[in-house]
Design a protein around this ligand. Structure first.
Ligand code: TXA
Ligand code: MG
Length: 316
């Protein structure tokens, strides 16, 4: 039996209301954020959260990010220390996720945290998810709205092509302008970078006035679920390609000749915004081998290279 196709909702107040009532009924609704589209469920509803894992085909040990409207709402669920308060005031709303101690009696489903004593929270900066949070008036758990291991979605069309028949609705708010997922920081006395993302680590270090621990450092807690092969297009990926072999398609950066260029002018912000869209287009084209130009590793380049290394990692 074919599952029913997903409803495409507009961003009108009425259809945001429809999206909020679907969430209240424990259904799954995808929505745009400034980073990527999220696949949302009521973070307090075990059944709804479980259906996120089922829809994505995601290993259930991988905890989820909870989206809330403001820092004050976040403080109902997690405990802020000085570092966390400083980062929240510098970067929220925005592409930053903070991993903080979960409050007892938070009401958040244990499936969201995968049983950890910490919760990843984020206040997103996008008018559509903010109006959905206002209409729903509760915490929304949301991973990226793609089948597990595949390229993250930056348009409603990407969501539909990956998850049609497996989720209830997507709110179509156009393309995401950051284009890579949020930066994840664990707080505490020694804040650590758990995932490079939409806010460059350098900007966070400048706000803190101190360096972040990096995942290469043995003292850094690992972010669970950061699987090696991830963000993968169907085709094989070769990194740091200075040239393009006969049967490869080149995903370029800077002044190289190709139909697919992340940023001809070498702008890393533009490249991040184009990354997943171009990987989706290469998938749609059926590209079997993808060569990718070297990308500088500073600013948003660190997040882009993190995603590309996972796209190129050996697959199961
Ligand atoms: O930009 C984003 O962050 C998007 C949008 C939708 O907000 N969301 C997103 O979620 O990328 P997801 O589920 O694809 O990535 C969440 C990552 C997981 O890989 C997990 O490792 C980490 O967050 N995470 C969640 N809870 C954690 C915790 N308590 N401690 C450490 N890492 C955690
Ligand atoms: Mg994801």
């Amino acid at each position: 039996m074919k599952a029913k196709s997903l409803q495409i909702l507009s961003t009108s107040a009425q259809e945001i209301g429809t999206a909020a009532s679907l969430l209240e009924q424990g259904k799954l609704v995808a929505f745009p954020t400034e980073t990527v589209y999220g696949l949302g469920a009521d973070a307090r509803n075990d059944g709804a959260v479980a259906s996120i894992f089922a829809a994505k085909g995601r290993p259930s040990f991988n905890p989820l990010i909870v989206h809330v409207a403001t820092s004050d709402v976040a403080a109902r669920y997690v405990e802020f220390d000085d570092v966390a308060a400083r980062l929240a005031s510098a970067f929220w709303p925005g592409a930053l996720t903070l991993v903080l101690p979960l409050r007892p009696q938070s009401g958040i489903s244990k499936l969201v945290t995968a049983g950890l004593a910490t919760l990843a929270v984020r206040v997103p900066d996008h008018p559509v998810v903010q109006s959905l949070l206002a209409a729903f008036d509760g915490p929304i758990a949301a991973p990226s709205a793609n089948p597990s291991g595949r390229v993250s979605p930056t348009t409603a069309a990407h969501v539909r092509s990956g998850l049609d028949g497996r989720i209830d609705a997507v709110v179509d708010g156009g393309a995401c302008n950051v284009g890579v997922e949020s930066t994840i920081i664990s707080c505490g006395p020694q804040p650590a970078l758990l995932r490079a993302g939409g806010i460059p680590a350098e900007a966070i270090e400048a706000a803190l006035g101190a360096p972040l621990l990096r995942t290469s450092d043995p003292a850094t807690p690992q972010s669970p679920g950061q699987l090696a092969s991830h963000y993968a297009p169907s085709g094989a990926v070769r990194l740091n390609a200075r040239d393009c072999k006969g049967d490869e398609v080149l995903l370029g950066f800077g002044s190289v000749e190709t139909e697919f260029n992340l940023s001809k002018s070498g702008n890393l912000i533009e490249a991040a915004a184009n990354l997943f869209e171009m990987l989706h287009r290469l998938d749609a084209l059926g590209a079997k081998k993808i060569a990718i130009s070297p990308i500088p590793d500073h600013g948003l380049g660190a997040a882009i290279n993190d995603r590309l290394r996972r796209a190129a990692a050996p697959r199961e």
